[in-house]
Design a protein around this ligand. Structure first.
Ligand code: SF4
Ligand code: SF3
Length: 549
């Protein structure tokens, strides 16, 4: 196995014997095999697309396959092996279509090799050997570290974008151009693209397409569930039976809320599901009572303590403890071996039964609340007031402190940073990294809360809209605003968001807790020279460097 796609990677260079995330070598290699076959599908589909022929099933499969290989999504080698079978079937279909369409148009078909012609072995042990032969370290051997690193930057960015495209698709929003981009990009990589300049351009293009995808997801979420509104959210449990819903998929939560209505079960959000509590069509369910726990890396103790059933809708899942293995469930693309997976029509009866069988909370926790729901609509609704406060010097600086959370000790940086900021600054935050400080008291500036929770990681789109609106109001550009971006990354969604911000030309961002292992020094130099992307140091030093005090 070889995997260095996340921040947690072993020795900051790569997991080679077992994933720090819990991914075993078998699953890791099979995921690389799935990625390889997906490139094969894309090789045919990109050619078909340029001839005006499309196949939505193949397009959707490409996106789902990429999302499956994101960190902390699928740990189940058997499920990945099934996807490999499906990939093979789709690829052979695409190939047939390619030959047929070329024939119909009297176009000479290209003789394709590599991923386009590989057929997965039928016998599992042989398949594993075959998968090993296409694991991503082979690219390092073939292209050298720097070029392979750039190719992987593109692939990991695509994986993140695929996750958002899949969420948007689930709510009925798709874009042909986006699918074409996935096909074309995977094709270029499969054809051996090795030019550093072109790869850098392609990485920024991933950022551009990701912006479009986040916009699609934003309109899918707000179009279906309404615009988030500032909402006081309880963060301690209520007495009674309970279900905890984690991950990013709002539709799963909505379906579960409908299925649990009137059943005497309280539903709580966990991790990245917290922003769901601010959507009008979700918060109207009285039994959606609040948030429990914090970010994904604390789940093993928090799920252990939770007195009900748990539903994982997407990443990030960790190896379940035996104490709750019988009451945790997965759905969608997230999976863990031997954990009950709910698919098809999403009948959540097993989750409901497990909740009713569990003891539930015997008493109420001490009342505690936080406020969420500051998406672009809510913040831009008070834009005039915010602009006035800036003009009067009452708000001196904005900080976007956002991104993924993780397990490493260095992540206290983000808590320190938020805590040490002067009172005349406003913090925008998003994604699960916010749990480092979202239960702290920051107060208000003339009625505007100093801490504004913009939403999930994909709501980076909201943050961008807010920044652009502020820049417009001050007749300047985003880089000239009194705004600093302090980002934390962990998995590949953070990679595509970073690429979006770079595509927008945003400079002077600070990134931590460490630089990605696949961003090699030569690539980092390009990012430093062109965008002044800076690694985080200490909260004191960085605040001083930004504010001069
Ligand atoms: Fe290692 Fe991260 Fe890959 Fe898991 S996803 S195997 S922790 S690099
Ligand atoms: Fe967190 Fe996994 Fe990235 Fe959506 S839940 S941000 S790490």
């Amino acid at each position: 196995m070889f995997c260095y796609q996340c921040e947690q990677t072993a020795k900051e260079s790569g997991c080679t014997t077992f994933g720090v995330c819990g991914k075993d070598p078998e699953t890791s290699d099979l995921q690389d095999m799935l990625l390889y076959l997906t490139q094969g599908i894309a090789m045919y589909e990109s050619r078909l697309n340029s001839m005006g022929s499309r196949n939505r099933d193949a397009d959707r499969f490409v996106v789902e396959a990429l999302f499956t290989t994101v960190t902390n999504v699928n740990f189940d080698s058997k499920r990945v092996a099934k996807l490999i079978e499906e990939a093979d079937r789709i690829k052979e279909d695409s190939k047939e279509r390619y030959i047929r369409v070329c024939g119909e148009r009297s176009i000479k078909e290209e003789i394709l090799g590599g991923p386009a012609i590989v057929r997965p072995e039928k016998e599992f042990s042989k398949l594993l050997k075959q998968a090993e032969s296409v694991s991503l370290d082979k690219e390092v051997a073939r292209f050298g570290e720097d070029v392979a690193g750039l190719r992987h930057l593109v692939i990991y960015g695509l994986k993140g974008t695929a996750a958002y495209a899949d969420h948007a698709r689930i709510l009925g929003t798709e874009d042909e151009k986006v699918y074409e981009f996935f096909n074309e990009t995977l094709n270029r990589l499969a054809m051996g693209l090795a030019d550093g300049g072109e790869l850098t351009g392609l990485a920024l293009k991933v950022g551009e397409v990701n912006l479009r995808v986040m916009e699609m997801l934003d309109s899918a979420n707000t179009g279906t569930y309404g615009n988030p509104v500032p909402t006081k959210v309880r963060v301690t449990p209520l007495k009674g039976k309970a279900i905890l819903v984690s991950g990013h998929d709002l539709k799963d939560l909505h379906m579960l809320l409908k299925q649990t209505e009137g059943k005497g079960i309280n539903v709580y959000t966990h991790g990245e599901m917290l922003p769901a509590l601010a959507y009008p069509e979700l918060k109207k369910f009285k039994h959606l009572v609040g948030n429990y726990g914090s970010a994904w890396q604390n789940q093993r103790s928090e799920f252990d303590d939770f007195k009900g059933a748990i539903l994982m809708t997407t990443n990030c899942i960790q190896k379940p403890k035996d104490s709750y293995k019988g009451r945790i469930f997965t759905t969608g693309l997230v999976a863990w071996p031997d954990v009950v997976h709910i698919d098809g029509k999403k009948d959540f009866t097993p989750v409901i039964e497990a909740a009713l069988k569990s003891e539930g909370f015997s008493e109420e926790g001490e009342e505690k609340y936080i406020t969420v729901g500051f998406g672009h609509n809510a913040v831009l609704g008070v834009a005039d007031k915010v602009i006035d406060l800036v003009k009067q010097g009452k708000i001196k600086h904005f900080f976007l402190i956002g991104g993924c959370d993780g397990a490493k000790p260095g992540r206290n940086y983000y808590t320190d940073f938020a805590q040490k900021l002067p009172d005349d600054t406003v913090i925008l935050t998003l994604a699960c990294g916010k749990y480092r400080f979202n239960k702290m008291e920051f107060g208000e500036i003339e009625g505007i809360p100093r801490l504004l929770d913009v939403g999930q990681c994909n709501d980076a789109y909201s943050a961008i809209k807010i920044a652009v609106a502020l820049a417009d109001a001050f007749k300047t550009d985003v880089n000239s605003l009194p705004l600093s971006l302090i980002l934390s990354w962990y998995e590949q969604k953070a990679v595509c968001i970073l690429l979006t911000l770079l595509h927008l030309g945003i400079k002077n961002m600070r990134l931590g807790p460490t630089m990605p292992a696949f961003v090699k020094p030569s690539v980092y130099k390009v990012l430093k020279d062109n965008f002044n992307l800076i690694p985080v140091t200490t909260a004191e030093e960085d605040i001083k460097a930004i504010l001069g005090k």
